[in-house]
Design a protein around this ligand. Structure first.
Ligand SMILES: Cc1cc2nc3c(=O)[nH]c(=O)nc-3n(C[C@H](O)[C@H](O)[C@H](O)COP(=O)(O)OP(=O)(O)OC[C@H]3O[C@@H](n4cnc5c(N)ncnc54)[C@H](O)[C@@H]3O)c2cc1C
Length: 398
């Protein structure tokens, strides 16, 4: 957004509570690699120039990438500046920080979609005997006590951490709710390549049937490893990870799991196959069939015959629990009345329901790719155009 505003001659400042790439520096685990290939982190006027376009960045590489971008575009970043309040004041916004206060006609809310881990209410009944970790506090398996681990959630984070923790000698049980399975490589090409090329990631927010539902869809079960392996539930089962249904709460000291595991897995296979069929159709229509490997399908997810519906965590030697249950933004500092009943910002593709206020970086904000690094550029171009029209006092349709 800073690059787009500079290009449009808009005087601006970027307020950052830490330093550039703060969330990648402070909130990610050690072994994490991006699940998007190197070529796919495209920012306005900036892309990948190395010799491994299909590889996946480590965290130090992501930090270096973003640091360099901030320097190349001379982004006016004020570091160590925490925004403590944004409110309306006499037709302007008053932005208060731990250092100075700023007055401005427009504010772009770009504080991230993943500031707090969404932990189920029932977590409070777990008792003090279990070590509790979240993807924001987890760094490596050595941090966990010896013994079993319950990983709750089976999207990208849950499957990646279940794999790493189980391999460390701590037997993992994974509680599985809604998830989306995907092969890492399909017909010889990265699944992200297909989704990018076929326009799936460019699908717009105002063309989907139920945008609230689309904004809540979990991340694809993907990992960015050097062997480009698929990390789905079958891979975890082969490793010895135990599968149970969605964690629904605690009763009489026992963890309770939903009986919907089989359905969830069937649904996930169905959605994956629907995506692969759409890719096949696109490949044929675009004359790629002779160039890429033949179409194929993955074996269905193997589901245990009768997965346990309850588990005495102590008796099952489970010593820690990792909540891989998704994230929410932290908007506690936003004092402009734009939140709906569920605490979500009311906006139309990032144009917030308050003049001069904009939003970036949220799931499916304007496009399916909006919450990816690769999605920021197109959204910033659109929203900065809107912002300039607003500053010029012109008509501002969404
Ligand atoms: C575990 C994980 C893995 C991911 N993997 C990928 C991937 O493989 N590929 C991909 O494209 N995307 C990935 N993403 C999504 C990725 O985080 C986003 O694409 C990207 O970070 C969005 O950038 P952003 O600037 O909107 O948000 P963030 O990177 O979260 O940046 C927000 C910034 O705002 C600052 N901030 C927050 N509150 C305040 C405040 N009150 N005052 C001042 N500053 C504040 C934060 O310190 C932070 O630096 C992943 C996300 C997570 C959580």
């Amino acid at each position: 957004m800073s690059r787009c505003l500079a290009e449009r001659g808009v005087d601006h400042v970027v307020l950052e509570r830490g330093t550039v790439a703060n969330s990648w520096r402070t909130e990610r685990w050690d072994s994490l690699r991006l699940l998007t290939p190197n070529w796919q982190s495209r920012l306005p006027g900036y892309g990948y120039e190395g010799n491994d376009p299909d590889g996946y960045r480590t965290m130090p590489q992501v930090i270096e990438f973003l640091d360099r971008y901030a320097k190349v575009i001379s982004a006016p970043v004020e570091v160590d500046t925490t925004v403590t309040s944004v409110r309306e004041s006499d037709g302007h916004y008053l932005v208060e920080t731990n250092r100075d206060a700023w007055q401005c006609r427009t504010v772009v809310l770009a504080a991230g979609a993943c500031n707090v881990v969404r932990i189920p209410e029932a977590a409070k009944d777990l008792g003090p005997a279990l070590a509790t970790v979240t993807p924001m506090t987890y760094r490596h398996p050595g941090q966990l006590p010896a013994g079993g681990v319950l990983v709750v959630g089976a999207s990208a984070t849950g499957t990646q951490l279940a794999d790493e923790i189980h391999r460390s000698g701590r037997p993992v049980t994974i509680a599985i709710g809604e998830h989306i399975r995907a092969p890492r490589v399909y017909r010889g090409r990265d699944i992200q390549w297909w989704m990018d090329a076929a326009g799936v990631l460019d699908e717009r927010y105002d063309t989907v049937d139920d945008i609230n539902r689309a904004r809540g869809v979990p991340s694809l079960q993907l990992t960015g490893s050097s062997d480009r392996a698929t990390l789905d539930l079958n891979a975890l089962t082969a490793l010895g990870v135990r599968m149970v249904g969605r964690f629904v709460g605690m009763r009489d000291g026992k963890a309770q799991f939903s009986g919907s595991l089989r359905n969830q897995c069937m649904l996930s296979d169905l959605k994956m196959n629907r995506l692969l069929t759409a890719i096949d159709v696109w490949a044929t229509a675009n004359g790629l069939d002779g160039e890429v490997e033949p179409s194929h399908r993955l074996a269905p997810t193997e589901v245990p015959k009768s997965p346990p519906l309850t588990l005495d965590l102590g008796g099952a030697s489970i010593r820690s629990i990792l909540w891989a249950t998704g994230y929410s933004p932290d908007l506690s500092w936003l004092h402009v009345p734009v939140l709906d009943r569920k605490g979500r910002i009311r906006h139309d593709g990032g144009v917030v329901d308050a003049p001069g206020l904009y939003l970036m970086g949220m799931q499916f904000l304007r496009r399916r790719k909006s919450a990816l690094i690769d999605g920021a550029g197109d959204d910033a171009r659109d929203l900065s155009d809107h912002l300039v029209r607003y500053l010029d006092g012109g008509a501002v349709p969404g």
